[in-house]
Design a protein around this ligand. Structure first.
Ligand code: ADP
Ligand code: MG
Length: 702
């Protein structure tokens, strides 16, 4: 085969040793070009140069060993599929490896095979032999395509996540080949920054990350803090922050509507308010009012814990827009929440004579077209609905403010859609799942953030308890007491495997059990997503009116539902819920003046499940909970990648590297504001545009 010249943009399929099949597997990991491959960083390093013989291992340590398979057998009940493998090394030491459900390995780990194992050394309580449970393994003696065993042993070896059938070992061979074929790479990082921060060059860093020399500090490598890794992490954050800074600068040039907050508007707000706003609400309203009068479109994220009174502030902002002659759209993620907002706003606005309409997907065509007509004619100032408002071909007469109530996603898509309609309204996004403040600031460069950090007065903290499923009877007698005191309760069921149908089944069954067997003398209601809209409305209205004592529900009551008389939230199979969801659900109670309770009933708890429950019992601080959530789930899942509009990072991890993120942010700001030269800035922006578009998708810069 003719060796083609290889550069960063070469498609991996044309790299020697990668055919269509492997190319497809690599693509499955998002690896298409040589540049992608080089950015596929090892997640761990093993020192395979100074290996301990088996005889020197001590229980409790994490170790890498190179051993040979001596025997393999399945043990125990077939159901468990326990695979037991005996290994030996040249010093005739012995080690046992055990894999539950390991039958698939029977034909892999055959006697005589040489493998590297990595895992925690234990002492088999039974035989006293040394043991590793589910060690990671790498087959060494198999004929390698390039036969270069020195890549895989006798050195500090990088471990990559497998891609399809491509193993860590094959990644090493591939990296070696690609690096050998590539010449030194140009370094895009501005020279002045690189030398001031003493960062190694791109080429040195890439080589070190994939093939650390014997002198590299293994401990630093595994902490992602070797100079080479630090450089790559810093660089990634640097470009990200440059992109955000440019985006923000661009956003500041867009002209927006100017709304005044004068005495007349203040009077109107005062007339609407049912109670005195808290200090935090006042502070946030001023921030919003400043945006609205700035002449630039507002793009503000309003964070505040569940029940902190975000909606009230949004209503005040709406009054400002309306008094300035514009319309307001309120967008909610679910129909139930849209309906809640509809009632809430209608209630507030009827005091000051603003008509309010709602538009949801479940309305008849005739109703919808009527709504469209009066909105288009400007006869109504406030339209409330699901995000479907944006799809339903609604033409506003003069849309001035969009209030987006989202669970944890940000109005990126909505905003784009509004802009497609040729509108440049102010956008206020309310989020009930706060993002840790530090992250919000650094990541959403073009988003301003306001925080309501104070609860309305008179709230009594919610008591949270964890109860095992086998003591659920005690929960029921507690429910009985509370209801006899005149309070109401929710009993919530999780979505099982993301299937609403399953959850509906579970909730319906429990509804029957509770209404017929446990509480025949109380009124029990049922609520779930599969009910026709009219029944959902009726169920909510009955609960709100106090006609129903216990509402059995799926997670449809998660966001926004506001029934102050409800004092108990029972969450069944609480281990199945994420932290954000648990916190949201808990926020449905504690909205009135009575002591409220959240009872988490669990069946089987995993390690992280236990951690989540503990977090809930320990804290009711949404910011702390969000932080824990981020920690337990990792940033990828926390933000969900696609919808959040967040870039997928390759080297950096916002959770692990906050200090590098902050450093990169400051460097990026100063680079954009005071570039070392016009030339350097131009080159930087060009680099960003060429690489940003592909990696960060949606985001436009420059
Ligand atoms: P969030 O949307 O932030 O979860 P809401 O806006 O739904 O919170 O407010 C929760 C409850 O607190 C509502 O019943 C609301 O009417 C009430 N509330 C909001 N602000 C105040 C305040 N300043 N004083 C008293 N009650 C308030
Ligand atoms: Mg709310």
């Amino acid at each position: 085969m003719i060796e083609r010249s290889v550069d960063l943009s070469t498609t991996l399929m044309y790299v020697k040793g990668v055919g269509p099949q492997r190319a497809a597997m690599l693509q499955g990991k998002g690896l298409e070009t040589v540049a992608d491959l080089l950015a596929y960083a090892p997640f761990r390093y093993e020192d395979r140069s100074n290996l301990k013989p088996l005889g020197q291992l001590t229980p409790g340590e994490m170790a890498t060993v190179i051993v040979e398979v001596s025997s393999v057998r399945m043990k125990g009940l077939p159901r468990m599929g326990l695979l037991e493998v005996e290994f030996r090394d040249s010093t005739s030491g012995k080690l046992r490896g055990k894999w539950f459900h390991g039958s698939y390995l029977q034909n892999v780990l055959v006697p005589g095979l040489r493998v590297a194992l990595f895992g925690k050394v234990e002492s088999d309580s039974y035989s006293r032999d040394l043991l590793m449970m589910h060690p990671e393994y790498e087959v060494l003696s198999e004929d390698d395509e390039d036969g270069d065993s020195s890549l895989h042993t006798g050195r500090v070896v990088p471990i990559y996540e497998a891609a399809g059938k491509i193993t860590a070992k094959q990644f090493r061979s591939l990296m070696r080949r690609v690096l050998d074929a590539l010449g030194p790479l140009d370094d895009p990082l501005p020279e002045n920054i690189r030398s001031r921060l003493k960062l190694p060059s791109l080429w040195e860093s890439i080589k070190t990350i994939h093939f650390p020399s014997q002198t590299e500090d293994l401990r630093l490598l595994n902490l992602f803090r070797s100079p080479a890794q630090v450089r790559m992490i810093f660089e990634e954050f640097f470009w990200l922050e440059c992109g955000l800074a440019l985006k923000r600068a661009k956003a500041q040039q867009i002209k927006g509507l100017r709304f005044e907050l004068n005495d007349k508007v203040r009077e109107k707000i005062k007339a609407m308010l049912p109670f005195k706003p808290t200090g935090a609400q006042k502070k946030v309203l001023l921030e919003i009012a400043a945006d609205l009068s700035s002449g630039r479109p507002m793009n503000r994220l309003l964070q505040g814990d569940v029940g902190s009174g975000k909606t009230l502030v949004a209503a005040e902002a709406a009054v400002i827009a309306i008094e300035n002659g514009y319309q307001v759209a309120v967008l909610a993620p679910t129909e139930i929440l849209a309906q809640q907002h509809y009632f809430y706003f209608k209630h507030l606005f009827q005091r000051i004579g603003y008509p309010v309409v709602s538009l949801t997907g479940s309305m008849s065509e005739r109703e919808k077209s009527q709504v469209r007509k009066i909105v288009g004619a400007g006869l109504v100032k406030v339209i409330i609905g699901t995000h479907a408002i944006l799809e339903q071909d609604v033409q506003f007469q003069r849309l001035g403010l969009a209030i987006v109530d989202e669970q944890h996603r940000f109005g990126v898509m909505q905003r784009l859609r509004l802009m497609e309609k040729g509108l440049q309204p102010h956008v206020l996004t309310m989020t009930a799942t706060p993002i840790p403040r530090t992250l919000a600031m650094t990541i959403y460069g073009d988003l301003d953030v306001s925080v309501i950090d104070e609860m309305p007065p008179g709230r009594i903290p919610i008591t949270t308890k964890h109860v095992n499923n086998d003591r659920v009877d005690q929960v029921y007698s507690f429910l009985r007491q509370e209801i006899e005191l005149g309070h109401q309760a929710y009993v919530v069921y999780p979505l099982v495997d993301e299937s609403e149908t399953q959850a509906v089944k579970a909730a319906t069954k429990m509804y029957q059990h509770l209404s017929e067997v446990v509480f025949p003398d109380f009124k029990v209601g049922l609520m779930h997503g599969k009910l026709p809209p009219s029944q959902k409305e009726a169920a909510m209205a009955d609960f709100k009116a106090g006609l129903v004592n216990i509402l059995v529900s799926t997670t449809v009551v998660e966001v926004g539902v506001d029934v102050p008389n409800a004092s108990v939230m029972v969450i069944e199979q609480a281990e199945r819920f994420g932290l954000a969801q648990l916190h949201q659900l808990r926020g449905r109670v504690g909205r009135g003046s009575a002591q409220s309770y959240c009872i988490l009933v669990t069946e089987k708890l995993s390690e992280t499940g236990r951690e989540r429950i503990r977090t809930m019992v320990d804290s009711s601080d949404g910011f702390y909970i969000a932080e824990m959530d981020l920690r337990l789930r990792g940033p990828g899942e926390f933000f969900g990648t696609k919808q959040s509009g967040l870039p997928a990072l390759k080297f950096g991890n916002i959770l692990r590297d906050p200090e590098l993120l902050e450093e990169a942010r400051l460097e990026a700001l100063s680079f954009i504001q005071h570039p070392p030269s016009e030339e350097a800035l131009r080159t930087g922006i060009k680099y960003l545009q060429e690489n940003w578009q592909r990696r960060y998708g949606l985001v436009q810069v420059g």
